[in-house]
Design a protein around this ligand. Structure first.
Ligand SMILES: *Cc1c(COP(=O)(O)O)cnc(C)c1O
Ligand code: SF4
Length: 336
């Protein structure tokens, strides 16, 4: 009898890049996946053309089936409302074009600079002010990186560098490693901050290499997440973040106040409580940047202030985020 030849089975484990590449980009298919009628209107198609749908499956999994008003779905689905032109809503509401110091570097506030490390994001949020800003050709690449380093090295008042974008955690670990090591050579930098939505929308991004690389620097490091609604948090996210906490990284969260999504005291208090359960402190609650196509998400200041007042009576002080707005030309985000 002949021995059967052992068959070689190849097991492929999807990397986070594969998950990223497989992100939803077709509104019809997304609607199918969440059990809704899949006929986008021509205006919704136009909105998708302007700023294409993008959402990883890990995020889509947290959308409730058959609910057209799901708070997560509303953050990602292109809709006809985006094509309405509203007074006061522009394509560069925070005036990033004039704040640009060298290519890919924004130095708006004393003591800290923000680096646009990439134009890419793992998810496309419909209310984002970046929907019109030409980040694609304004991020740090090639010579611009050296120019940014020179700028930071020449200004000893800069103590903190913020890696932003786009989303810096769409970059490879290798690229991030190089960025961080270059920054470490500048002695007056004490703090490193990462602004990212990736841990929430693509928990698989939190690789062991990433944790090691962020945990092993000489910097005091923080990661500022972006979560708007408690349904965005689940065990998968909490588990992905735990090693970062263990590595001594401070976890903070910023949210955007969004009509029909989180403009409700119950939702916001639950968000704060769930964030803290996952080891994250609420940092900012932003009034929406007045970007063209996002007017239908705006919450008026009076209602925003009422919400914060309600949160103060319900939550410990450390779980109440600071309500702020970004005003072009100001030296900080402005409290309301
Ligand atoms: C928001 C922002 C920062 C960070 O502000 P903090 O109040 O320190 O969180 C820094 N630089 C730029 C250009 C910003 O837009
Ligand atoms: S920058 Fe932030 S808010 Fe804007 S699309 Fe990217 S992840 Fe969403």
């Amino acid at each position: 009898m002949t021995q059967p030849k052992p068959t070689k089975k190849t097991i492929t484990i999807d990397t986070w890049q594969t998950h990223q590449a497989k992100a939803h980009h077709d509104p019809k298919k997304l609607l199918d996946t969440v059990g809704l009628p899949n006929e986008p209107s021509p205006a919704a198609e136009e909105a998708n053309h302007q700023f294409p749908l993008r959402a990883p499956q890990a995020f889509v999994n947290r959308i409730t089936q058959g609910d057209p008003n799901d708070p997560l779905l509303k953050q990602i689905l292109p809709t006809p409302e985006e094509m309405i032109k509203a007074e006061g809503f522009t394509t560069d509401p925070v005036d990033d074009k004039t704040a640009r110091t060298t290519q890919g570097l924004l130095h708006k506030y004393p003591g800290r600079v923000l680096l646009i490390t990439t134009g890419a994001c793992g998810i496309h949020c419909r209310y984002c002010f970046r929907r019109h800003y030409p980040y694609a050709d304004d991020h740090l690449q090639g010579e611009a990186w050296q120019q940014a380093l020179d700028y930071i090295a020449a200004d000893k008042t800069i103590h903190e560098v913020i890696l932003s974008g786009g989303d810096p955690l769409t970059l490879s670990d290798q690229r991030l490693n190089n960025l961080v090591h270059d920054l470490e050579t500048i002695e007056h930098i004490q703090r490193l901050r990462i602004h990212s939505r990736q841990p929430v929308v693509l928990p698989a991004r939190m690789t062991d290499e990433l944790v090691k690389l962020l945990g092993d620097t000489r910097f005091a490091t923080s990661l500022v997440l972006h979560v708007n609604h408690p349904n965005e948090l689940n065990d998968e996210v909490a588990i992905a973040l735990k090693p970062l906490r263990e590595a001594g990284i401070t976890l903070l969260n910023q949210s955007v106040l969004l009509r029909g999504i989180n403009d409700d005291a119950d939702v916001l208090s639950e968000l704060s409580e769930q964030l803290f359960q996952a080891g994250i402190l609420p940092y900012y609650l932003h009034q929406l940047d007045r970007v063209q196509g996002a007017a239908h998400f705006e919450v008026d200041d009076k209602h925003a202030l009422q919400l914060i007042k309600q949160l103060r009576t319900r939550l410990p002080g450390y779980l109440v985020p600071k309500l702020v707005r970004e005003v072009a030309g100001e030296a900080s985000k402005l409290p309301l």
